[in-house]
Design a protein around this ligand. Structure first.
Ligand code: CA
Length: 501
């Protein structure tokens, strides 16, 4: 596999030699919906000396179990996701960037969202190469729990069981739950919420069990079944939290009642804390079963924060980063990523740096596919192009020579930020807009930021650095071409393609 460095490969080959089925590491991919980089008490950003730096939002949220995982693992300051759900979710499953897999917009369960003529609004199918199907073939018991959002209603990929998962708990076509409350049957018992009623979980209907808790209990039970089978497991633990509706998780409401923030903002914080409890419960359970040293936990968000804290383009939801979910700014694209063994120890199949912050290189959601294949000794099919790389060198605190220095977010659709491509290359960031009129606003066609000196995207250098702007636009266009990007169509049926400044 091209993503593995020679050294890692050699070490890994030695490690795999003589390994039997039962000591392949278990993997938990712990995905949180709409959680941005700052929605946690774990400081993810660093100061000039590379030391973690707390910002006010770190003081608002309470995530003690993320702190626990961060202490025994490595966290990334510069980890990129797509700006909305489905593009990231398909990247996690395929290792491809959204311009390549063509799920460039969130999948509306009922209709095709506006965009390029044949963007892949039908999502994943059983014919696609997917991470769980590859792991399944390699002897893993594959468990899905929570929010799927891989394909529209009544399409094959709406059910994760058709995409390589042995077990599907509560996953379906949509991304927003009708209700988080057991008394509402998660939408099934309330006619107003029925359109987005969560499937399964009937035994928790009419109870006080919050949705985040129900999917965690069911995931734990599925893990126990895997352990009985003596096969390694892959758990894709995918929280509906903290997506709207912003309902309060009553277990944590008191912690925020004096925050001085709005009711929805406090509710969002309770959704985050309930998700964090789930992480702790899973880690505790692994310890109780004695498999904590042989279980790798990868924690990640699916797009920038959607915390209801203020204006979309400003410095609120992801402060000090600019913007939020759905935007082209860093607050829309940067997410928390933490990797660690459920417990560090002799049974870990490779070492991971502890209490470490990796800020030197970027990481992306495309890398998770390659990382899990690498960690489990699973091969990527030779005809399946991937855009990510294995992060294992970075998890060990080393420079990753395979790591590309760019991240491309191509969004030829209408949403909060519409018709844009955002391209980070080294420390430079270009935002290109295919339409400059968005609602009542007129926005610049080009924005250029030097993230090294201006990490919060305050000074647009597009006019001051014409040569840099031109070079970066050329590089962005080449990358779009390499990934086979599609373009939106304007009212005169003309493709909206980028143009050089
Ligand atoms: Ca999302």
């Amino acid at each position: 596999m091209r993503t593995i460095t020679l050294l890692t490969y050699l070490l890994y080959s030695l490690h795999l030699f003589g390994q039997n089925e039962s000591n392949k590491p278990n993997i938990i991919l712990f995905l949180v919906d709409d959680m941005g980089l700052m929605d946690t008490s774990v400081p993810m950003l660093v100061n000039k000396d590379g030391k973690p730096q707390k910002h006010p939002l770190n003081g608002f949220y309470r995530t003690p179990n993320m702190e626990r995982l961060a202490k025994q693992g490595v966290r990334f300051s510069q980890f990129y996701a797509q700006s909305v759900c489905s593009p990231t979710r398909v990247s996690l499953m395929t290792g491809q960037n959204s311009a390549r897999h063509r799920v460039t917009q969130w999948i509306n369960p009922e209709t095709k969202n506006h965009g390029p003529a044949d963007w892949n609004w039908e999502g994943l199918t059983s014919k696609d190469v997917t991470l769980p199907a590859l792991l399944q073939k390699n002897g893993y018991h594959t468990i899905f729990s929570g929010k799927a959002h891989f394909a529209p209603t009544e399409y094959e990929g709406a059910d994760p069981a058709n995409l390589g998962f042995d077990v599907n708990i509560a996953g379906c076509a949509f991304g927003s739950p009708g209700s988080y409350l057991g008394v509402d049957g998660y939408g099934n018992l309330d006619p107003k919420r029925k359109k987005r009623a969560i499937p399964g979980l009937e035994k928790y209907h009419n109870t006080d069990v919050f949705l985040s808790e129900a999917i965690t209990r069911e995931a734990i039970s599925a893990i126990d079944n895997s352990l009985k089978k003596e096969s390694p497991f892959f758990l894709y633990m995918s929280h509906y939290a903290a997506h709207s509706p912003f309902q309060t998780d009553p277990r944590f409401g008191d912690n925020y009642k004096d925050s001085g923030k709005s009711r929805p903002a406090n509710s969002f914080a309770t959704l985050i804390e309930g998700m964090d409890k789930s992480l702790g419960d899973l880690m505790d359970h692994l310890e109780s079963k004695g498999v904590e040293e042989n279980t790798l936990v990868l924690f990640v968000g699916d797009n920038g924060s959607d915390a209801p804290l203020g204006d979309t383009y400003g410095y609120f939801s992801s402060a000090p980063l600019r913007g939020k979910k759905g935007t082209c700014y860093e607050g829309g694209l940067r997410v928390p990523f933490i990797a660690g063994w459920a417990k560090p120890g002799k049974a870990n199949s490779f070492p991971i740096a502890q209490n470490a912050v990796h800020y030197q290189q970027i990481g992306t959601v495309m890398d998770i596919y390659a990382t899990i294949l690498d960690a489990t000794g699973t091969k990527n099919p030779s005809d399946h192009t991937i855009d990510g790389v294995s992060l294992i060198p970075q998890l060990q605190g080393k420079n990753n020579p395979d790591r590309s220095d760019h991240f491309l977010c191509h969004f030829p659709h209408s949403h909060r930020s519409s018709y844009f491509t955002s391209y980070r290359k080294e420390d430079w960031k270009l935002i290109y807009r295919y339409k400059t009129k968005v609602g009542k606003r007129t926005l610049p066609q080009y924005e250029l930021y030097d993230l090294a000196s201006d990490p919060y995207e305050k000074t647009n250098l597009a006019d001051q650095k014409p040569n840099k702007l031109k070079t970066l636009t050329e590089q962005m266009m080449a990358q779009l071409k390499a990934e086979g990007a599609q373009y939106a169509i304007d009212s005169s049926k003309k493709e909206l393609r980028p143009i050089l400044p």
